[in-house]
Design a protein around this ligand. Structure first.
Ligand code: CA
Length: 217
């Protein structure tokens, strides 16, 4: 069973997560302060940490510095914080106020990924709903129909499928698909996202204003 640690000082949020996650099969522990979260993370095994940025004592940034592993950061809406969180090791970021179902979906994505990385067999296909990428033959299918893609389109689709629900900045996409020496001012990423939307379906890749793109399976 997956174990989730929640570092949250707002009683209302802590209690709905504490009730909701066990109902979905997760074991939950709660820390009310940053120091408590660090102490618990060192003394017990957790598969995922849901970390509030605004914690008393040591805040979320300080906790993020100390701990590694799968982390979903939660905080008030702030584009700068979101980017900083992802750069500092958080796997995902949820803006408050959030619905429990949204958090649950992100928890599932993170823990499904961690399970699949434990398997030793090399992964040759990536699947997201009715979208399938064959990494060996470089073929793609949508709803059972094969879709023609250029090499770069395929690579970008692969990056998105490997990071479902995660906001990918233009720079991250540029680095992963074109390499680090590409001009960051280029709008090539937007052009390719436009192509991918045509080929894969426009609602799969969401624009996150001021930040980048998010792939929803
Ligand atoms: Ca707080």
């Amino acid at each position: 069973m997956n174990r989730v640690l929640i570092a949250e000082d707002e009683v209302r949020i802590a209690s709905f997560v504490e009730k909701g996650l066990p109902a979905s099969g997760y074991t939950v522990m709660i820390a009310r302060t940053g120091s408590e979260a660090i102490a618990l993370a060192h003394s017990e095994d957790f598969d995922l940490l849901i970390l509030d940025l605004g914690l008393p004592g040591r805040n979320g940034w300080q906790v993020l510095e100390e701990l590694r592993g799968r982390i979903i950061l939660t905080a008030q809406d702030d584009v700068d914080d979101t980017v900083k969180a992802l750069e500092n090791g958080a796997n995902d970021y949820v803006t408050k106020p959030f619905e429990f179902v949204e958090l649950l979906a992100r928890v599932r994505v993170q823990l499904r990924e961690s399970v699949s990385t434990k398997t030793t067999a090399p992964q040759t296909t990536l699947t997201a709903g009715d979208l399938v990428l064959d990494l060996l033959t470089r073929q793609a299918w949508v709803e059972g129909q094969q879709v023609e893609m250029s090499t770069k389109e395929f690579q970008m689709a692969e990056v998105f499928l490997r990071h479902p629900m995660q906001v990918m900045s233009r720079e991250q996409l540029l680095n992963r698909v074109w390499g680090y020496d590409y001009d960051p001012g280029s709008n090539i990423v937007d052009a390719y996202v436009k192509n991918l939307r045509k080929k894969l379906g426009s609602d799969r890749i969401e624009t996150v204003r001021g930040m980048g793109y998010r792939f929803s399976p």
